[in-house]
Write a protein that binds this ligand. Structure first.
Ligand code: SF4
Length: 330
């Protein structure tokens, strides 16, 4: 039986952190066992916001690939590749841009929000407005029927569906409508209690030296009620506790820590030491695999080359159908 196709991508903007690990990457690891998965480093998407600093993108692509392989994404199970290595992405983006209603793109609330959030960059470009058109091309090129995205990206997936419908009705039926694969992702706070994000400068990185990480965890914000060691606290008001929920897999240990917090039986440093031990259990094998790939650059290049080859075979079939539907190929 044919497996359903899943497409997902990540913008190369730097090293990945524990929020990526507990969210998208854990999900992708499960999906690669079940579906025909295409995992794409979407470098053209990075260029949309980083065109003034494009020389950094190449290095970010390498960092992302290292993180992906280190956590266990497997080129024998999923197609792992870089967007710009498969020309169909740019080609289908162009075709879809011809039928993408301008008003729909301009009304996109994510577009407006990002313009405000990134006011330091000049993003008054077609490329930035057309971000969801390129994202639609990424998905439709492989006729992906399932797309694992966070709730914040669901509007973009709606636009991809609308573009698939519009293409099918203007020309002829080529694309299935992709469905969102919403998976619950745990809340992963950074060291200041806000959502973990590189741009907030509060992240713990997958590849970070574990001693450096401990220096950050030590100073991490806790329940503000615990001013002194003798003050009782409430774990549910503490960002450290959110990380325990993700990384401290022993439920009895978590119950013991919660009791210790509420009765002031333990101090926050004791609690954070336990957290750090569990993060180490998770990260040590990942970092070991990462070190392996760091010294096997040719193997990484082969993985990308092979991934691009497999992806291009599918992409060029779709583009033949597209060109035929439009009337370019008889
Ligand atoms: Fe947070 Fe742990 Fe301190 Fe309680 S003991 S406030 S859960 S760090």
């Amino acid at each position: 039986m044919m497996k359903e196709c899943v497409f997902s991508g990540m913008r190369p903007t730097g090293r990945l952190h524990l929020g990526h690990l507990a969210g998208a990457l854990s999900n992708w690891l499960k999906l690669q066992e079940e579906f025909e998965c295409y995992y794409c480093i979407v470098d053209w998407h990075a260029l949309m916001s980083e065109y003034m600093n494009s020389s950094a993108i190449k290095g970010y692509c390498k960092e992302i690939l290292l993180d992906w392989l280190a956590v266990g994404l497997d080129p024998n199970k999923a197609v792992i590749f870089q967007q710009s290595h498969v020309c169909g992405h740019a080609e289908l983006h162009l075709a879809l841009s011809m039928i993408a209603p301008l008003g729909r793109l301009e009304r996109n609330p994510i577009y407006k929000e990002q313009l405000e959030n990134m006011a330091d960059k000049d993003l008054q470009t077609y490329g930035f407005l057309g971000y969801p058109v390129l994202m639609a091309a990424d998905i439709l090129l492989y006729k992906a029927t399932k797309v694992p995205v966070g709730e914040d990206q669901s509007i973009h997936l709606e636009i991809a569906k609308e573009l698939a419908r519009r293409f099918n009705s203007v020309f002829r039926e080529v694309f299935p409508e992709p469905e969102i694969l919403l998976t619950p992702t745990p809340r992963v706070p950074g060291i200041d209690g806000r959502k973990m994000s590189k741009s907030y400068n509060n992240a713990l990185f997958i590849s970070e030296d574990l001693n450096d990480m401990w220096d950050k965890v030590r100073t991490m914000m806790t329940d503000p009620a615990r001013m002194k060691r003798t003050d009782p606290g409430e774990p549910e008001k503490c960002p450290v506790w959110e990380l325990h929920k993700v990384f401290t897999l022993d439920e009895d240990k978590r119950a013991e820590l919660a009791h210790g917090c509420r009765t002031a039986g333990i101090g926050c440093i004791d609690c954070k030491k336990v957290l750090m031990d569990w993060i180490k259990v998770k990260l040590e094998p990942i970092q070991e695999r990462r070190r392996y790939f760091e010294t096997h650059g040719l193997e990484m290049m082969d993985i990308l080359r092979e991934g691009a080859k497999k992806a291009s075979e599918v992409a060029s079939k779709t583009m033949d159908e597209v060109k035929s539907a439009v009337g370019f190929i008889l």
